[in-house]
Design a protein around this ligand. Structure first.
Ligand code: DC
Length: 217
């Protein structure tokens, strides 16, 4: 039987950094489910689908073949056979993903793929609904969060290091808005699974968080 670690939490809590490090330490596969929703969003953007047109999204998402592979330990997302890793981290794709990811057909398709991966391999999977919907029987479930001001500060640092000028108050406002959207949506809202352990990373180092998750095993 495969061993599954589910890490859920709001944007900017550090899920992918932590999940990647744990996967590397344990020799597990890291599955970034947000990247799959982003690849689907890229497909819908390319097809020029109106984000509010639920019916067309429902129909069109059937045509997108999304799969993942690994190169040097890094997850690669393929959209109809094309490596789209370098195209899915834009603001435009992120915005479309946040509108299209609640779509039931999109979720059905991607959740199936995620469950198939976790059934045959030891995985660390991060997302919003992994502990609650995708892998309800995961052996370890973590709800990773951090104070919105701290998350805004991390994002601010990341952007300024890249030379992008930004304002921390605006970043925090966006984070709070995105949290609200993720937590109040009708389908698979972001929430802590009953049997998940809450880890608040606000005042923890990355290593401390990694150790805390591994200790749960
Ligand atoms: O974590 P991220 O920003 O890459 O996620 C992109 C979008 O996909 C975001 O709007 C949340 C959504 N998402 C989701 O609905 N379910 C998941 N398991 C992962 C991400």
């Amino acid at each position: 039987m495969s061993f599954n670690i589910a890490i859920d939490g709001p944007a900017g809590a550090g899920k992918s950094t932590i999940a990647k490090m744990i996967a590397k330490k344990l020799g597990y596969i890291y599955v970034d489910t947000g990247a799959m929703y982003r690849a689907m969003a890229l497909y819908l953007l390319r097809e020029k689908i109106d984000p509010s047109d639920t019916e067309r999204i429902n129909a069109k998402c059937e045509e997108a073949d999304i799969s993942i592979g690994y190169e040097n330990g890094e997850q690669i997302v393929y959209l109809n056979g094309e490596n789209v890793n370098s195209l899915i981290r834009t603001e435009e794709v992120g915005n479309m993903a946040s509108v299209s990811s609640p779509n039931p057909n999109v979720r059905k398709k991607l959740v199936k793929l995620q469950q198939k991966l976790a059934a045959s391999k030891d995985v660390v999977m991060d997302g919003r609904d992994i502990g609650t919907c995708v892998l309800p029987h995961a052996q370890v479930k973590v709800y990773l969060t951090a104070d919105s001001r701290v998350r805004a500060g991390r994002r601010y640092k990341e952007l300024t290091q890249k030379g992008v000028s930004c304002d921390i108050d605006t970043i925090e406002k966006d984070i709070i808005e995105r949290d609200h959207q993720d937590m109040t949506r009708e389908i698979s809202p972001l929430m802590q699974a009953e049997d998940a352990t809450l880890v608040d990373s606000s005042y923890m180092s990355i290593d401390e968080v990694v150790d805390a998750v591994i200790a749960l095993m």
